[in-house]
Each structure stands twice: as C-alpha cells, then as structure tokens.
Write a protein of this length. Structure first.
Length: 324
C-alpha cells in the first residue's frame, strides 16, 4: 500500500475485503491506507475504478477512515465529474454506510450528479444512490428525480433487497417531511420486502437487560417495538426496548453498531481493546434520527457500558437505571 501503485492498492484492498478479511486483526492496514501520502496517491493518481474499489473495500472493513473520507470531501466536485454512475453510487453507498453524514461537500456533489445518474444509471445505481442520500439525510429537491426515474426501469428485475432499500428510503425521507409516492403495485412490493425480514434484536444483551429491568421493578415496557404508530415499517427499524407511556426508546448497541477504531488492537485474534469515543455507523445514526423525528426520546447503552454495570453491585446498577 505504501510503495505500490494505485492499482496495487485497489487490488489488495478489494481482495482482502472480498475474502472477508478482518481488518481489526491487522490494525496497521487501516492506519496505512488512511495516511495523507497514501490518500493523495489514491485520489490524484488512481483511476475512477480504482478509487471506487478502494472506498468500497474500506467500507467492508467497517473501520474508521477519516483521512480517506476527508480527502474525498475536500475534492468532491472534481472527483464526481470523472466518475461514472456506478462508481458514484458505490462511493456514496460506502460513505453513507460508514456514517460520515457530516461531509456536506461530498453529498452535495452526489446530488449535483442526480440528473446524470437518473438519465444514464441502471436500476442498481439509482437504488444505491437513493439509499445513500436518504440514510445520510441529504435528499434535496434535485435528488428526488432519482425516485421518479428508478421506477421507469424494469421493476420485474428488482430483487428483494432493492425493494427493501427503496422502502427504507421512503421511510427515512418521509420523516424529513418529504413524501415519496409510487404506484400501488410498487408500494406493495416495497411493503412485502419490509415484512420479509427477520429481526434478531441484540440477543443475550437485550434479554439480560430486559430481565434486569424487570427485576428492578420496571415492567411497563415492550421489546422489539416499531417506532412507527402502525405497521408502516414492517420489520424495519425495530427498537430493542420501548417505554411507550414515557415515549422512551432504549437501544442496546453491540460492537456491530460502531466502526472499528484505528486505535483498536487485536490480541492474538481473540481479545479486542476499544478506544473511547466510538463512532456509530450509518445505519445506527440514521435510525436514531428517524426515531427522534417520530417523537421518541432515545437512550443508547453500549455493550461496554453493560460490561461496566456487570462489575458493580446490584444496588448501584439499579441506581444507574433509575437515574437514566
């Protein structure tokens, strides 16, 4: 990555990501591709395909990459102009998935290419770009052309995940006051995709927390609750614990809710040390924004906090929950 050409970097990152390489077992890799000289080499010497492959691969690692994202943000307008529709969609999807929503120059540049993507992109390009803009909360009037155009593609070829992404887009944008409409047939396909999903919750974390809350006298709550008043979202956006009378959602965040820190160290592949200030991923940030827009208060408790609570006496744990 340091000495190779951009094609070498692209091929290496793409291959490791495709194989399911766990970057946290080799933290130096993440720190290396995020160095200024490497980022400059990628963005100024790399071809559009190489850049999109690298950004896609980095997103699969689920690690922080502030150097790479800041480099794209600083030069977003230039980069967007020579990417094709597929490459724009891939990079937008990746940066939104990582939760770098504050990169307004980048998302503005994506929206600026909306007419070109609507005209020249295929259905996957449109779906992925819509999903990215909705997740980041960056859908603007110019971006709405993508919604009307996506259904002009052959919808018979849409797969379940694409219908689900469109439903997610509709819900997220709807909570910003923008109503996205389509035909009854298309709406039915999106709704089916929203229900055709198994909600796994947070497993033992959720079960143990619910059991403890009941033991401390908190009984008026439900688990695996939709933040929407009806069945509009199907199985999408289910929340871990809801105190409906108080309008409070308690979300229990395991490691998958966060990006891997560049300072996280793997010890023999078995133990992990996490730095403070963990960064939520895009899906978690978007869900919090949506839930709050529906009038809920949102409290989030990480698995690290749960580990702390497990080390203190029962009375102190009860005081924590009463206070919070």
């Amino acid at each position: 990555i340091v000495k190779g050409k951009t094609q070498d970097i692209s091929n290496t990152v793409w291959a490791l990501a495709t194989m399911g390489f766990k970057v946290h077992l080799f933290a130096n890799l993440a720190r290396t591709y995020d160095r200024r000289e490497v980022v400059d080499k990628i963005l100024y010497e790399g071809s559009p395909q190489e850049i999109s492959n690298i950004v896609w691969g980095v997103a699969q690692f689920r690690s922080e990459c502030p150097g790479l994202v800041n480099g794209i943000e600083a030069d977003a307008q230039r980069i967007m102009k020579y990417l094709n529709c597929r490459q724009i969609a891939i990079i937008a999807h990746a940066i939104a998935d990582l939760g770098y929503f504050e990169k307004t120059n980048f998302f503005d540049a994506v929206v600026g290419q909306a007419i070109r993507i609507a005209r020249d992109g295929n259905k996957q390009d449109l779906v992925n770009t819509l999903w990215a803009l909705a997740l980041a909360g960056k859908m603007k009037s110019r971006g709405l052309v993508l919604w009307s155009e996506v259904f002009k593609r052959n919808t018979d070829t849409f797969v379940l995940e694409e219908w689900r992404q469109l439903k997610l887009t509709q819900l997220l944008v709807g909570c910003e006051g923008i109503k996205l409409e389509t035909s009854e047939l298309n709406q039915a396909s999106m709704n089916r995709a929203a229900y055709n999903l198994t909600y796994n919750g947070t497993g033992i974390f959720e079960a143990n927390t619910a059991k403890e809350l009941r033991g401390f006298g908190f009984t008026d709550f439900k688990t695996e609750v939709s933040p929407f008043p009806g069945d509009e979202a199907g199985e999408l956006f289910r929340c871990d614990i809801a105190f409906e009378k108080e309008g409070l959602i308690l979300e229990l965040d395991g490691p998958k809710h966060f990006l891997r820190s560049l300072e996280m160290v793997g010890l023999g592949g078995k133990e992990l040390m996490w730095e403070e200030g963990l960064r939520w991923n895009g899906a978690t940030k978007a869900k919090t924004r949506l839930t709050k827009s529906l009038g809920w208060q949102v409290m989030r408790v990480t698995w690290l906090k749960r580990m702390e609570l497990d080390k203190i006496p029962k009375q102190e744990r009860r005081e924590f929950w009463v206070k919070e």
